[in-house]
Design a protein around this ligand. Structure first.
Ligand SMILES: NC(=O)c1ccc[n+]([C@@H]2O[C@H](COP(=O)([O-])OP(=O)(O)OC[C@H]3O[C@@H](n4cnc5c(N)ncnc54)[C@H](OP(=O)(O)O)[C@@H]3O)[C@@H](O)[C@H]2O)c1
Length: 262
Protein backbone atom coordinates (compact mmCIF):
# COMPACT_ATOMS: atom_id res chain seq x y z
CA UNK A 1 0.00 0.00 0.00
CA UNK A 2 1.25 3.50 -0.82
CA UNK A 3 0.48 6.60 1.25
CA UNK A 4 0.54 10.27 0.26
CA UNK A 5 0.49 12.91 2.97
CA UNK A 6 -0.25 16.49 1.99
CA UNK A 7 1.00 18.97 4.61
CA UNK A 8 4.05 18.36 6.78
CA UNK A 9 3.16 20.26 9.95
CA UNK A 10 2.49 18.99 13.48
CA UNK A 11 -0.02 16.41 12.28
CA UNK A 12 1.22 15.50 8.79
CA UNK A 13 4.81 15.22 10.02
CA UNK A 14 3.83 13.09 13.04
CA UNK A 15 1.65 10.80 10.90
CA UNK A 16 4.51 10.36 8.39
CA UNK A 17 7.00 9.59 11.17
CA UNK A 18 4.62 7.17 12.89
CA UNK A 19 3.85 5.25 9.72
CA UNK A 20 7.52 5.23 8.66
CA UNK A 21 8.65 3.95 12.07
CA UNK A 22 5.76 1.46 12.32
CA UNK A 23 7.26 -1.00 9.85
CA UNK A 24 3.94 -2.12 8.29
CA UNK A 25 4.42 0.08 5.24
CA UNK A 26 7.68 0.40 3.33
CA UNK A 27 9.22 3.84 3.93
CA UNK A 28 9.76 4.22 0.17
CA UNK A 29 5.96 3.92 -0.27
CA UNK A 30 5.30 7.10 1.74
CA UNK A 31 5.29 10.49 0.02
CA UNK A 32 4.97 13.75 1.95
CA UNK A 33 4.37 17.10 0.27
CA UNK A 34 4.44 20.68 1.48
CA UNK A 35 5.06 23.89 -0.50
CA UNK A 36 8.26 24.75 1.36
CA UNK A 37 11.27 22.48 1.33
CA UNK A 38 12.61 23.89 4.60
CA UNK A 39 11.81 22.49 8.01
CA UNK A 40 9.87 19.25 8.38
CA UNK A 41 10.33 17.95 4.81
CA UNK A 42 14.12 18.09 5.18
CA UNK A 43 13.93 16.74 8.72
CA UNK A 44 11.77 13.82 7.54
CA UNK A 45 14.20 13.04 4.71
CA UNK A 46 17.13 13.17 7.15
CA UNK A 47 15.43 10.75 9.56
CA UNK A 48 13.98 8.45 6.87
CA UNK A 49 16.20 8.68 3.75
CA UNK A 50 13.93 6.34 1.72
CA UNK A 51 10.84 8.50 2.28
CA UNK A 52 9.76 10.60 -0.74
CA UNK A 53 9.30 14.32 -0.18
CA UNK A 54 8.16 16.95 -2.68
CA UNK A 55 6.96 20.52 -2.89
CA UNK A 56 4.36 19.65 -5.54
CA UNK A 57 1.23 18.18 -3.93
CA UNK A 58 0.41 16.21 -7.08
CA UNK A 59 3.40 13.97 -6.27
CA UNK A 60 1.31 12.52 -3.44
CA UNK A 61 -1.86 11.96 -5.44
CA UNK A 62 -0.87 8.62 -6.99
CA UNK A 63 -1.00 6.91 -3.60
CA UNK A 64 -3.62 4.34 -2.56
CA UNK A 65 -4.43 6.46 0.49
CA UNK A 66 -4.11 10.25 0.35
CA UNK A 67 -4.08 12.01 3.72
CA UNK A 68 -4.76 15.76 3.63
CA UNK A 69 -3.23 17.49 6.67
CA UNK A 70 -3.38 21.21 5.93
CA UNK A 71 -5.02 24.04 7.88
CA UNK A 72 -8.82 24.25 7.40
CA UNK A 73 -8.69 27.47 5.36
CA UNK A 74 -6.33 25.78 2.84
CA UNK A 75 -8.43 22.65 2.25
CA UNK A 76 -10.46 23.92 -0.72
CA UNK A 77 -7.40 25.44 -2.41
CA UNK A 78 -5.37 22.24 -2.01
CA UNK A 79 -8.26 19.99 -3.09
CA UNK A 80 -8.95 22.04 -6.22
CA UNK A 81 -5.25 21.69 -7.04
CA UNK A 82 -5.18 17.87 -6.65
CA UNK A 83 -8.75 16.62 -7.23
CA UNK A 84 -8.28 16.11 -10.99
CA UNK A 85 -5.28 13.83 -10.32
CA UNK A 86 -7.21 11.50 -8.00
CA UNK A 87 -9.23 8.50 -9.18
CA UNK A 88 -11.85 8.54 -6.42
CA UNK A 89 -13.23 5.19 -7.61
CA UNK A 90 -9.92 3.51 -6.71
CA UNK A 91 -8.15 5.71 -4.17
CA UNK A 92 -9.08 6.62 -0.61
CA UNK A 93 -9.16 10.26 0.51
CA UNK A 94 -8.55 10.90 4.21
CA UNK A 95 -8.90 14.38 5.66
CA UNK A 96 -7.73 15.27 9.15
CA UNK A 97 -8.98 18.82 8.70
CA UNK A 98 -11.14 19.72 11.69
CA UNK A 99 -14.72 20.60 10.72
CA UNK A 100 -14.59 19.50 7.05
CA UNK A 101 -17.63 17.25 6.52
CA UNK A 102 -17.71 14.01 4.52
CA UNK A 103 -20.22 15.65 2.17
CA UNK A 104 -17.77 18.49 1.57
CA UNK A 105 -14.94 16.02 0.88
CA UNK A 106 -17.05 13.84 -1.44
CA UNK A 107 -17.99 16.89 -3.51
CA UNK A 108 -14.37 17.12 -4.75
CA UNK A 109 -14.77 13.80 -6.60
CA UNK A 110 -15.09 13.97 -10.34
CA UNK A 111 -14.54 10.26 -11.10
CA UNK A 112 -17.44 8.78 -9.07
CA UNK A 113 -20.59 9.95 -7.31
CA UNK A 114 -19.81 7.65 -4.39
CA UNK A 115 -16.14 8.24 -3.47
CA UNK A 116 -14.71 6.55 -0.37
CA UNK A 117 -13.88 9.49 1.89
CA UNK A 118 -12.74 9.56 5.49
CA UNK A 119 -12.67 12.15 8.26
CA UNK A 120 -10.01 11.39 10.84
CA UNK A 121 -9.41 13.37 14.01
CA UNK A 122 -6.21 12.47 15.85
CA UNK A 123 -4.64 14.42 18.71
CA UNK A 124 -1.12 15.72 19.18
CA UNK A 125 -0.06 12.58 21.09
CA UNK A 126 0.16 11.03 17.62
CA UNK A 127 3.75 12.33 17.74
CA UNK A 128 4.52 9.68 20.39
CA UNK A 129 2.24 6.96 19.01
CA UNK A 130 -0.43 7.56 21.67
CA UNK A 131 -3.13 9.40 19.75
CA UNK A 132 -6.83 8.97 20.45
CA UNK A 133 -8.11 9.01 16.89
CA UNK A 134 -11.74 9.16 15.73
CA UNK A 135 -12.61 7.91 12.24
CA UNK A 136 -15.81 8.42 10.23
CA UNK A 137 -16.36 7.50 6.59
CA UNK A 138 -18.75 7.66 3.66
CA UNK A 139 -19.10 5.15 0.81
CA UNK A 140 -16.26 3.03 2.19
CA UNK A 141 -16.17 -0.78 2.08
CA UNK A 142 -15.35 -2.64 5.30
CA UNK A 143 -11.97 -3.43 3.75
CA UNK A 144 -11.28 0.30 3.23
CA UNK A 145 -12.40 1.09 6.80
CA UNK A 146 -10.05 -1.68 7.99
CA UNK A 147 -7.20 -0.22 5.95
CA UNK A 148 -7.56 3.31 7.39
CA UNK A 149 -8.13 1.91 10.89
CA UNK A 150 -4.91 -0.12 10.62
CA UNK A 151 -2.90 2.94 9.59
CA UNK A 152 -4.04 4.96 12.61
CA UNK A 153 -4.01 1.99 15.04
CA UNK A 154 -0.24 2.06 14.68
CA UNK A 155 -0.31 5.64 15.97
CA UNK A 156 -2.41 5.11 19.09
CA UNK A 157 -5.98 4.03 19.79
CA UNK A 158 -8.78 4.31 17.25
CA UNK A 159 -12.56 4.63 17.49
CA UNK A 160 -14.71 4.29 14.35
CA UNK A 161 -17.81 6.45 14.83
CA UNK A 162 -20.71 7.97 12.94
CA UNK A 163 -19.90 11.39 11.55
CA UNK A 164 -22.33 13.07 13.98
CA UNK A 165 -19.93 12.12 16.83
CA UNK A 166 -16.81 13.71 15.30
CA UNK A 167 -17.50 17.02 17.10
CA UNK A 168 -17.71 15.27 20.46
CA UNK A 169 -14.59 13.27 19.64
CA UNK A 170 -12.73 16.45 18.75
CA UNK A 171 -13.79 18.09 22.04
CA UNK A 172 -12.91 15.10 24.24
CA UNK A 173 -9.65 13.94 22.68
CA UNK A 174 -8.29 16.62 20.37
CA UNK A 175 -9.12 19.75 22.41
CA UNK A 176 -9.16 17.46 25.44
CA UNK A 177 -5.41 16.99 25.41
CA UNK A 178 -5.08 20.72 26.17
CA UNK A 179 -7.51 20.35 29.08
CA UNK A 180 -5.48 17.48 30.52
CA UNK A 181 -2.32 19.62 30.14
CA UNK A 182 -4.03 22.43 32.03
CA UNK A 183 -4.90 20.01 34.86
CA UNK A 184 -1.26 18.87 35.00
CA UNK A 185 -0.11 22.50 35.10
CA UNK A 186 -2.54 23.36 37.89
CA UNK A 187 -1.54 20.30 39.93
CA UNK A 188 2.14 21.12 39.43
CA UNK A 189 1.57 24.68 40.66
CA UNK A 190 -0.21 23.27 43.72
CA UNK A 191 2.72 20.90 44.33
CA UNK A 192 5.14 23.84 44.30
CA UNK A 193 2.95 25.74 46.76
CA UNK A 194 3.00 22.62 48.96
CA UNK A 195 6.82 22.69 48.96
CA UNK A 196 7.83 20.38 46.08
CA UNK A 197 10.23 21.29 43.28
CA UNK A 198 8.28 21.97 40.05
CA UNK A 199 10.02 19.13 38.16
CA UNK A 200 9.31 16.64 40.93
CA UNK A 201 5.68 17.76 41.18
CA UNK A 202 5.24 17.35 37.40
CA UNK A 203 6.93 13.93 37.43
CA UNK A 204 4.69 12.77 40.28
CA UNK A 205 1.60 14.16 38.54
CA UNK A 206 2.42 12.41 35.26
CA UNK A 207 2.88 9.03 36.93
CA UNK A 208 -0.39 9.57 38.83
CA UNK A 209 -2.11 10.31 35.52
CA UNK A 210 -0.62 7.21 33.86
CA UNK A 211 -1.57 5.11 36.92
CA UNK A 212 -5.16 6.40 36.89
CA UNK A 213 -5.51 5.66 33.16
CA UNK A 214 -4.03 2.15 33.52
CA UNK A 215 -6.28 1.38 36.52
CA UNK A 216 -9.40 2.34 34.58
CA UNK A 217 -8.24 0.38 31.53
CA UNK A 218 -7.33 -2.71 33.57
CA UNK A 219 -10.42 -2.81 35.78
CA UNK A 220 -12.98 -1.39 33.36
CA UNK A 221 -14.32 0.41 36.44
CA UNK A 222 -16.38 3.55 36.52
CA UNK A 223 -14.08 6.37 37.77
CA UNK A 224 -16.41 6.87 40.75
CA UNK A 225 -15.75 3.27 41.91
CA UNK A 226 -11.99 4.00 41.95
CA UNK A 227 -12.66 7.27 43.81
CA UNK A 228 -14.65 5.34 46.46
CA UNK A 229 -11.54 3.25 47.17
CA UNK A 230 -9.55 6.41 48.02
CA UNK A 231 -12.13 8.33 50.02
CA UNK A 232 -11.93 7.21 53.65
CA UNK A 233 -14.90 8.62 55.57
CA UNK A 234 -13.80 11.89 57.15
CA UNK A 235 -10.44 11.56 55.33
CA UNK A 236 -8.25 13.91 53.34
CA UNK A 237 -9.32 12.90 49.81
CA UNK A 238 -13.02 13.59 50.28
CA UNK A 239 -12.14 16.98 51.77
CA UNK A 240 -10.03 17.74 48.70
CA UNK A 241 -12.70 16.52 46.26
CA UNK A 242 -15.41 18.54 47.97
CA UNK A 243 -13.22 21.65 47.96
CA UNK A 244 -12.64 21.15 44.19
CA UNK A 245 -16.39 20.82 43.62
CA UNK A 246 -17.06 24.01 45.62
CA UNK A 247 -14.84 25.73 43.04
CA UNK A 248 -16.82 24.13 40.21
CA UNK A 249 -14.48 21.38 38.99
CA UNK A 250 -17.04 19.06 37.34
CA UNK A 251 -19.07 21.94 35.92
CA UNK A 252 -15.92 23.58 34.55
CA UNK A 253 -14.90 20.37 32.73
CA UNK A 254 -18.37 19.75 31.27
CA UNK A 255 -18.86 23.36 30.20
CA UNK A 256 -15.34 23.49 28.71
CA UNK A 257 -15.99 20.40 26.58
CA UNK A 258 -19.40 21.67 25.49
CA UNK A 259 -17.88 25.06 24.56
CA UNK A 260 -15.40 23.27 22.25
CA UNK A 261 -18.35 22.00 20.20
CA UNK A 262 -19.64 25.47 19.38
N1 LIG B 1 -3.17 20.10 15.99
C1 LIG B 1 -4.16 19.30 16.42
O1 LIG B 1 -4.31 18.98 17.61
C2 LIG B 1 -5.11 18.72 15.41
C3 LIG B 1 -5.92 17.64 15.79
C4 LIG B 1 -6.78 17.10 14.84
C5 LIG B 1 -6.84 17.64 13.57
N2 LIG B 1 -6.06 18.71 13.25
C6 LIG B 1 -6.14 19.25 11.91
O2 LIG B 1 -4.93 18.96 11.26
C7 LIG B 1 -4.70 19.93 10.24
C8 LIG B 1 -3.25 20.34 10.27
O3 LIG B 1 -2.96 20.87 11.56
P1 LIG B 1 -1.47 21.05 12.03
O4 LIG B 1 -1.52 21.34 13.48
O5 LIG B 1 -0.63 19.92 11.55
O6 LIG B 1 -1.09 22.39 11.20
P2 LIG B 1 0.38 22.90 10.79
O7 LIG B 1 1.37 22.44 11.80
O8 LIG B 1 0.27 24.35 10.48
O9 LIG B 1 0.67 22.09 9.44
C9 LIG B 1 0.11 22.42 8.21
C10 LIG B 1 1.13 22.08 7.14
O10 LIG B 1 0.57 22.33 5.87
C11 LIG B 1 1.58 22.93 5.07
N3 LIG B 1 0.97 23.65 3.96
C12 LIG B 1 0.64 24.98 3.86
N4 LIG B 1 0.11 25.23 2.65
C13 LIG B 1 0.09 24.05 1.98
C14 LIG B 1 -0.31 23.64 0.68
N5 LIG B 1 -0.85 24.51 -0.19
N6 LIG B 1 -0.13 22.35 0.32
C15 LIG B 1 0.39 21.45 1.17
N7 LIG B 1 0.80 21.77 2.42
C16 LIG B 1 0.64 23.04 2.82
C17 LIG B 1 2.30 23.85 6.03
O11 LIG B 1 3.55 24.25 5.48
P3 LIG B 1 4.22 25.66 5.95
O12 LIG B 1 4.44 25.51 7.44
O13 LIG B 1 5.46 25.73 5.15
O14 LIG B 1 3.18 26.72 5.63
C18 LIG B 1 2.43 22.91 7.21
O15 LIG B 1 3.52 22.05 7.06
C19 LIG B 1 -5.67 21.09 10.51
O16 LIG B 1 -6.65 21.14 9.51
C20 LIG B 1 -6.30 20.76 11.84
O17 LIG B 1 -7.67 21.10 11.86
C21 LIG B 1 -5.17 19.23 14.13
Amino acid sequence: MTIGIIGAGNMGGAIARGIAAGGNIAVADITVTSPNRHGELDALKADFPDLCVATDNRQATGADVIIVAVKPWLLDEVMSEIADSIDFAQQILVSIVAGASLEHLAAFSKSTATPAVFRVIPNTAIAVGESMTFIASANATSEQVGCVTDIFSNLGKVMVVEERLMGAGTAIASCGIAYVMRYVRAATEAGVELGMRADDAKKAMLQTLIGAARLLEATGSNPEAEIDKVTTPGGLTIKGLNAMERYGFTTAVIEGLKASMK
